[in-house]
Design a protein around this ligand. Sequence first.
Ligand code: SAM
Length: 220
Amino acid sequence: SDSHFPIPIASHHVDYSLHYPQVFASSDEVQVSKKVQFADIGCGFGGLLISLSALFPETLMIGMELRDKVTEYVKQRISALRVANPGQYQNISVVRTNSMKYIPNYFEKGQLSKMFFLFPDPHFKEKNHRRRVISPHLLDEYAYALGVGGIIYTITDVEELGDWMKACLQSHPMFEALTFEELEADPVVNLLTSATEEGQKVARNGGQTFQAVCRRVQPS
Ligand code: SAM
């Protein structure tokens, strides 16, 4: 249950120096004042974070994962990568939390520039739709944490969930779909399937995926 992991009362109570020790040990003011900008929600085994680390070496990113053992695995995976590759993988970390409840405890208004919801659990039955990580109510919270221009990436291999996530985003006044050209130009879009463990599984099985990628906009 939630009582098994610490819950910060506000984002400034999170000691991010524990997550990114090398970055925060710097004598450079710019480095030590950095804030997390990317959040991978339900990060699973951390494949996306590891790929993004090299693509955005100056950006701090965090995975949020509910399962204790999976979170520990990701922590160890990152530690091992840091040891084997000195100076690299210093910008990624993971926290065990329930993202459906505690996103506002981790991030300030407008702090994030990217949020990922990749292959979330489908919760098929209608009475369980309230457990879905994308919903009209939760999108209000994500819109709060994302800065204007920030991007939310969603993907699934479950068509019905893909339709649901797209519909929630399309009907929210603070999100606007990226155009085809913008999707083509964004190097992160390909990673949604190629870098995630779930995406790789779907690709191995020749399955289809359904994505919705939207920008946080100022409502008119
Ligand atoms: N994103 C990863 C990928 O694509 O490989 C993992 C996808 S996996 C199917 C969904 C993950 O979301 C699981 O690891 C699960 O434990 C996590 N999860 C489910 N509900 C969550 C919640 N409320 N907060 C944080 N993580 C959650």
